[in-house]
Design a protein around this ligand. Structure first.
Ligand SMILES: Cc1cc2nc3c(=O)[nH]c(=O)nc-3n(C[C@H](O)[C@H](O)[C@H](O)COP(=O)(O)OP(=O)(O)OC[C@H]3O[C@@H](n4cnc5c(N)ncnc54)[C@H](O)[C@@H]3O)c2cc1C
Length: 588
């Protein structure tokens, strides 16, 4: 029985900010473009972004893209690629103005220009004083951005496949990417999407942790597909813990709260960040603030009956600022923490938030892998952008508001380079390999016929417990070694999961089982990569190697699924046009 084939010039997997920005570029150029999404595009996780998008517009205070670049390199703890960082920061003002012209409803200053708020690690004069660089639409910036981009795509005739789940990448005998297989979730049918070029924009994978600010759909499918297709994952040891997740609930309270003047307090009522970061205080970068909070708790200065969280105080901002600039936050605090921040502080703890690693790309959005002595040979026809990609602009730690920026800058760049590739190198479709859908059909058949296995939810919970306890804010060699063994055992169990209830919710259960395959690949990559890195850098805080070791470890890690092995490749220290920013001690 043949699997039906649909043909497009470009196929984009993911309808979040990155996927929609790339799709817009392709559709507007006249190429036939499909966007596949597990959910309606405007329900992608981008919609949840609260705080803002950075650009050195200088609307409130003097600012320059070179200062933004410096902050990003320092924020990345010198693991970010300086060519990609330069490209992103230089393009930022243009990207934000473009969104404004698309109709995005930014908050305004009295003079009509876009309002900008302070954010963690954003400074003037290379670290000297804080600067207001984050452009925002109240505390619903991602919502405004995603709806704006969706509407532009409707106008440009992008073809949407809503509630379609991509299952596997199709590579031909040359290793070139020629399409994907996908499941139509409503009917359970499998299709082949045959494409001249494919872009992954599948977002993050925070669901490998048990406590996460991420949506339930953030299962890292693009990374799972890449690993199964023999491609490596870059820098998977680096996961960002956001300092202010609501304690016990995981829901995010934006850093914009501290940008507007909110402060963190311990059980003694002390503003402890003054001790750890005398200059930037509560607005030091996230890895720094999260570690400081954990230390306060570990040293017995946590709040609450179990002394296991700290408090975020913002009542001193007054009801006007809170209602005008942070209305969604007030709602979240009332619903999830049972406190009204106009009167009482919010209990918060560091919570898994963002994946710095991902599918290796360059600043053009092309997926790269080591081949024939070249550490970054292009994989023809394959592109990635957004949180699933590792360009790498965030290095070992992302600065707040740099992700929304990453989506539009690299979404557009990837779109442009796909257009060049399709028009210049791939005017016709490469033939599909024989049995292109074979691996996906086998996965589905395995699930449908499995008996006597464990339930998907049980195995998923075991995976989440392992990652949460073995790859947290602070790590050590013994704990990570245990984690590597435990996750290998969980991965074995995942091979035999069974869908027990095959009644009405069958396709939902099937989707969850297929997502688990992807989560497991990422959990394994995270633990193996973390166990491998013998230094502390950015979000990877290793108790046995407490210092950054530039001599031996200023390099990106690459995890390969086959044999679960690690390779390493150099950081791009050369920017595109400006001078290299050499490593320094990271104090704030
Ligand atoms: C609560 C929260 C607040 C945040 N606030 C900010 C902020 O203020 N500023 C900032 O810069 N960053 C913020 N971030 C980070 C930022 O929002 C994300 O990194 C970014 O939105 C990811 O965008 P994306 O386009 O890569 O993916 P997403 O928006 O996550 O979209 C992924 C898309 O891929 C689709 N998909 C996934 N797998 C498949 C599959 N197998 N088949 C088909 N479709 C698939 C999904 O349906 C979805 O459409 C925040 C993140 C969170 C969780």
């Amino acid at each position: 029985m043949g699997v039906p084939v649909r043909r497009f010039d470009a196929v984009i997997v993911g309808g979040g900010g990155a996927g929609l920005r790339a799709a817009l570029q392709l559709s507007e150029s006249g190429l036939k473009t499909a966007v596949l999404s597990k959910v309606f595009p405007t329900r992608s996780h981008t919609v949840a972004a609260q705080g803002g998008i950075s650009a050195s517009l200088g609307n409130v205070q003097e600012d320059h893209w070179e200062w933004h670049m410096y902050d990003t390199v320092k924020g990345s703890d010198w693991l970010g690629d300086q060519d990609a960082i330069e490209y992103m920061c230089r393009k930022a003002p243009e990207a934000v103005i473009e969104l404004e012209h698309f109709g995005m409803p930014f908050d305004r200053l009295e003079n009509g220009k876009i309002y900008q708020r302070p954010f963690g690690g954003h400074t003037q004069h290379n670290g000297k004083t804080p600067v207001q660089r984050a452009c925002a639409a109240a505390d619903r910036t991602g919502h405004a951005m995603l709806h704006t981009l969706y509407q532009r795509n409707v106008r440009a005739n992008t073809q949407f496949f809503v509630e379609w789940m991509a299952l596997d990448l199709i590579r031909d005998a040359d290793g070139d990417v020629v399409g994907v297989t996908a499941l139509e979730m409503e009917t359970g049918e499998i299709y082949i999407f045959h494409a001249k070029a494919v872009l992954f924009a599948t977002g993050g994978a925070g669901r490998i942790y048990s406590a996460s600010t991420n949506a339930f759909i953030n299962t890292g499918d693009g990374l799972g597909m890449a690993v199964r297709a023999g491609l490596p994952l870059e820098d998977m040891e680096f996961w960002q813990f956001h300092p202010t997740g609501v304690a016990g609930a995981g829901v995010l309270i934006t850093e914009g709260v501290r940008g507007e003047g909110g402060i963190l307090l311990n059980a003694d009522g002390e503003r402890f960040m003054e001790r750890y970061a005398p200059n930037l205080k509560d607005l030091a970068p996230r890895d720094f603030v999260s570690r400081s909070m954990e230390l306060e708790v570990l040293e017995g200065r946590g709040c609450g009956p179990h002394k296991d969280y700290v408090l975020l105080k913002l009542d001193h901002l007054g009801p006007d600022i809170i209602n005008q600039r942070l209305p969604g936050i007030r709602e979240i605090a009332i619903k999830f923490a049972g406190v009204d921040p106009i009167k009482d502080p919010i209990p918060v703890i560091p919570t898994c938030h963002y994946m710095m690693g991902g599918i290796p790309t360059n600043w053009r959005g092309e997926v790269v892998m080591p081949k024939g002595g070249d550490p970054e040979s292009r994989v023809n026809g394959f592109y990635a952008a957004g949180e699933c990609a590792c360009a790498s602009v965030h290095g070992a730690n992302r600065l707040g508001t740099n992700s929304l920026l990453d989506l539009v800058v690299f979404g557009k760049s990837a779109g442009d380079h796909m257009i060049d590739y399709i028009r210049g190198e791939m005017p016709d479709w490469k033939p599909l390999p024989a049995d292109a859908a074979g691996p996906s059909l086998a996965r589905i058949a395995r699930l449908d016929n499995q008996t006597g296995g464990e339930d998907v939810a049980e195995v998923r919970a075991a995976m989440q417990r392992t990652v949460q306890s073995r790859a947290g804010v602070f790590r050590n060699a013994a704990n990570m070694a245990l984690g590597v063994e435990e996750i290998a055992a969980v991965a074995e169990r995942a091979k035999f999961t069974q869908i027990k209830d095959k009644s009405k919710v069958f396709n939902t259960a099937r989707t969850e089982a297929l997502e688990l395959d992807n989560l497991i690949e990422i959990a394994v990559a995270t633990l193996v990569a973390a166990d491998g890195r013998k230094e502390s850098r950015g979000a990877h805080a290793h108790d046995d190697f407490p210092h950054r070791d530039d001599e031996n470890w200023m390099k990106h890690s690459l995890f390969f699924g086959e044999g679960r092995r690690m390779e390493y490749k150099p950081v791009h220290t050369r920017p595109l046009t400006v001078d290299y920013i050499p490593p320094k001690e990271r104090t704030f």
